[in-house]
Ligand binder design. Structure first.
Ligand code: PBG
Length: 326
């Protein structure tokens, strides 16, 4: 008889034949940076996640270093917003300031991890859309040079990688051309290639104060009914020179992750988004699920589906639990 239980009988057997490994070094922790000084405030919809001002990041840097995770991804919350999202591409904007502060802390600690800058306008526009508006819709081509300027500002501040998240057509190519022309040909671009218009971004918009004032993001983010189109988005980013591609959100999109894995040879990231985090936190707080085992099972599923890198608010917790041997 086929006895598949033979290799499951003891922990040693199970460990020896486990097909999937989760590594701290393949996790990225998103960090919200805001204007001001001495700020650390919890995001109400995301327990355990905070907004920090650029001068107050030493606690995060130390936690990321001791977690041994790959790095951080920065999101900026500016003091002021305007129609064209100028805060996104000011050379002294919140993200460039945070990049410089983290670089200085890393130098002081003699440590290293990746500093990734998210590139988008939605946190900086008064209307909350991811590009500039024309006749009530986002003007794709007028928004491209603004994204390229934002990427260049992050590069000049010392970011290791930029990640455009607005789902503008051609944004990876526009950023690539600008970086190449400015002496940053070595800087990788991670495209948010297949990013779906999703209810799961709700808590992030609370954290970043970036909910659209009118309408929604369905004219630029993907329709979640479409899997094949996600593969076209990934192919488009690849042809524009993306170094890493992404699927976002993660949990309800593992079929897309699996298909993307089969299509591209590029490294593949998945973004385990704010709403996915908030659901786990709420269930754990209500005593309905064991948080550690839930997060571990979810992470394992991402890697089993084919992800190389996971961007997740659980990163520090997971690494700590792993160190403590749970
Ligand atoms: C847009 C951006 C969003 C997220 C990352 N980049 C929000 C959106 O598209 O509305 C969401 C991340 C999350 O939910 O954790 N710049």
């Amino acid at each position: 008889m086929q006895r598949l239980r033979r290799l499951r009988r003891t922990r040693a057997l199970r460990d020896a034949f486990a097909e999937t490994q989760v590594r701290a070094g393949a996790l990225i922790y998103p960090v919200f940076v805001c204007a001001g000084s001495g700020v650390k405030e919890e995001v109400p919809s995301m327990p355990g996640v905070f907004r920090y001002s650029a001068d107050n990041l030493s606690e995060v840097v130390d936690a990321v270093l001791s977690a041994g995770i790959a790095g951080v991804m920065l999101f900026g919350i500016p003091a002021r917003k305007d129609e064209c999202g100028s805060g996104a591409y000011e050379e002294d904007g919140v993200v460039p300031q945070a990049v410089r502060a983290i670089r200085a802390l890393l130098r002081a600690r003699g440590g290293e991890f990746l500093i990734v800058a998210d590139i988008c306008l939605c946190e900086y526009t008064s209307h909350g859309h991811c590009g500039v508006l024309k006749d009530g819709d986002v003007d794709n081509d007028a928004s491209l040079p603004l994204h390229a300027r934002a990427a260049l500002a992050a590069a000049k501040a010392g970011a290791d990688m930029v990640a455009p998240s607005s789902m503008m057509d051609g944004v990876v190519g526009a950023i690539r051309a600008t970086l190449d022309g400015a002496g940053y040909a070595h800087l990788p671009v991670m495209g948010y290639s297949a990013k779906f218009a999703s209810v799961f971004y709700g808590p992030f918009r609370d954290a970043a104060d970036s909910a659209p004032q009118t309408g929604d993001r369905k004219s630029y983010q993907m329709d979640f009914r479409n899997g094949r189109e996600a593969l076209r988005e990934i192919a488009a980013d690849e042809s524009e020179g993306a170094d890493v591609v992404m699927v976002k959100p993660a949990l309800a999109y593992l079929d897309v992750v699996r298909a993307a894995r089969a299509q591209t040879r590029l490294p593949l990231a998945v973004y385990n988004v704010s709403g996915e985090y908030a659901m786990v936190k709420a269930a754990a707080r209500a005593g309905l699920l064991d948080e550690r085992r839930t997060v571990d099972e979810i992470f394992t599923a991402f890697f089993r589906a084919g992800a190389d890198l996971v961007i997740t608010y659980h990163a520090l917790d997971w690494a700590r639990w792993r160190r403590e041997g749970v």
